[in-house]
Design a protein around this ligand. Structure first.
Ligand SMILES: *Cc1c(COP(=O)(O)O)cnc(C)c1O
Length: 387
């Protein structure tokens, strides 16, 4: 049997996969079973931040693998502790909790927001979390319910209660959705799965001020937008706000599973012994991988991410059939007159791997993709969009 046949027989049928079996990769290039090479413009959905098998990342991870691979959280370890310090220094947040995925980071954020509220107000009804339409926050029962898209609320009920929805980029809708039992709001600065839709600065600022006045915890979901993807360490740093809780995952460890919940001044001491935990969280190998990525996200590097994003926008502005380009940095959505899935399949034929998000072509290239590779990929993508 081929890998595709075996997959169909033995893997639960939860994914619509592209008809390609990838076997190796180097830098921005992925290689399939036949040896065909592709320029990767999707990075495993914003995960392989420095491409495939980046030398520094591989060296750091393998060194840690050969030193200490796991201890549980009953012991102190160095890589995760060092990582937490760097994350706090780069973000202005105060403390970290480590888990293994974006959904888990958001679950931790919800628990912290509700505990903060209960500790302070001693009112168990003050537990409602506002999320935005078109958002995406994960696949666990609570994060599905937190996802502001009705299609995710159909099959798997009963869901955890306490989530209400306001229209993204509509402050009046947000104010109407608010009631005195609201304890938190969660939002993505650029809604990724929802179609690469950025929130407006004005909306974010108004929501933030509204929440500050009422002691409502502001959770920013930076699972996709974080770790340099949008041209700053975290996207919220381009919105002039200081959130109470930040969740991140995807690109942080360069291809290893990690989710982090970061706590700000208000919430830094909310989570207390045995209020939360994770067996694999802060695993030293994963943390070492994340350290090698996060260390390199300095101001010069982030500026290069913004320049590459501008280059993609410029190429698309000169390309016919493009209706709109949205996003920030190297997280971009392209609406064209053609069907997005059809464009992606044609690009794959021609040796480029983009993604889709709703009706858009979504680009999440490696943050360190070379100018030549980026030019080559954009030549193919614009050719497919135009023809
Ligand atoms: C991918 C994603 C999640 C879920 O992350 P997992 O690691 O798949 O659990 C949550 N929020 C956002 C914004 C995401 O893009």
């Amino acid at each position: 049997m081929t890998t595709i046949e075996k997959d169909k027989q033995y893997i639960a049928n939860t994914y619509g996969r592209f008809p390609v079996t990838l076997v190796s990769g180097h830098g921005a290039v992925a290689v399939d079973e036949s040896g065909k090479e592709y320029i990767d413009m999707g990075t495993g959905i914003g995960v392989t931040s420095f491409g495939y098998c980046d030398k520094e990342w591989v060296d750091t991870v393998t060194k840690q693998l050969n030193t200490l691979q796991h201890t549980s959280n009953l012991f102190y370890t160095q890589p995760g502790t060092e990582l937490a310090e760097i994350l706090c220094k780069k973000s202005g947040m105060k403390k970290c909790f480590f888990g293994n995925s974006g959904a888990e980071a958001n679950e931790c954020a919800f628990k912290a927001a509700r505990k903060y509220s209960l500790d302070k107000y001693e009112n168990p009804d003050r537990n409602i979390i506002i999320s935005l339409t078109q958002s995406f926050h994960g696949r666990t029962l609570a994060t599905l319910k937190a996802t502001g898209q009705d299609v995710f609320h159909t099959t798997f009920g009963p869901f955890p209660e306490g989530f209400v929805y306001a229209e993204a980029n509509n402050f009046d809708s947000f104010a109407e959705t608010y009631n005195e039992n609201v304890c938190a709001v969660i939002m993505e600065m650029v809604q990724g799965e929802g179609g690469v839709i950025p929130l407006s600065k004005n909306f974010v600022k108004k929501v933030f001020e509204f929440c500050k006045e009422r002691d409502i915890i502001v959770i920013i979901d930076e699972v996709q937008t974080g770790n340099g993807r949008t041209g700053s360490m975290f996207a919220y740093q381009q919105f002039d706000i200081d959130p109470d809780v930040v969740s991140t995952a995807k690109g942080i460890a360069g291809g290893l599973p990690m989710g982090v919940c970061l706590f700000g001044e208000k919430t830094k001491d909310t989570m207390t012994p045995s209020s939360h935990g994770s067996t694999f969280g802060m695993n030293p190998v994963v943390a070492a991988g994340a350290l090698s990525i996060v260390k390199r996200l300095d101001e010069d590097f982030l500026a290069s991410v913004r320049v590459k994003g501008e280059y993609i926008r410029k190429r698309l502005s000169e390309c016919k059939n493009v209706k709109s380009v949205t996003g920030m940095g190297l997280m971009l959505g392209i609406e064209t007159t053609k069907d997005a899935k059809a464009v992606v399949l044609e690009c794959i034929e021609k040796g480029v791997l983009p993604l889709t998000a709703k009706n858009k072509i979504r680009l999440l290239p490696p943050l360190n993709i070379s100018d030549e590779e980026l030019e080559k990929a954009m030549n193919i993508i614009t050719e497919v969009i135009e023809e």
